[in-house]
Ligand binder design. Sequence first.
Ligand code: HEM
Length: 117
Amino acid sequence: MDLLREVVVLLHIVGFAATFGAWVSESVARRFRMTRVMDYGLLLSLITGLALAAPWPAGVELDYTKLGIKLVVLVILGGVIGMGSSQQRRSGEPAPRPLFYAVGVLSLLNAGIAVIW
Ligand code: HEM
C-alpha cells in the first residue's frame, strides 16, 4: 500500500510537470497559448490529488487546511485555463497575457504549497 501511495504521488507530480512544462514551453516559444497538455496535466493532478487526500494506508497524517487550499487553487487554475482557452478560440489570438501568466504562477504556487508548507 505504501508503494501504491508513492506511485500515486509520482503520477500527481507528472500532472504538475505536464501543466507547468506546457506553460514553460509556450512561454519560451513566445506563443502564449493555453494547450490541451495543460488541461490533461491539471485533470491528472486533480484525480491523483483527491486520491491522495484519502487517509490511506492507515497511519498517514494529512493536513486538510493545506489540501483545501490546494483544491481551491486548482479550481481557480482550471477556471483561468478555461477562460483563456475560450478567448483564444474565439479570437484566434494567444490567450490574454494576464491569464497566461496566472497559469504559471498558480501552478507553481500549488507545487510550492505542497513542498514548502
Ligand atoms: C495544480 C494543482 C496541484 C499541484 C501543482 C500539486 C503539486 C504537488 C506536488 C509537487 C506534490 C509532492 C510534494 C511532496 O511530496 O513533497 C504534491 C503532493 C500532494 N498533493 Fe498536490 N498538487 C496539486 C493539487 C492537489 C490537490 C487538488 C490535492 C487534494 C485535494 C492534492 C493533494 C496532495 C497530497 C495529499 C500530496 C501528498 C503529500 C502531502 O500530503 O502533502 N494536490 N502535490
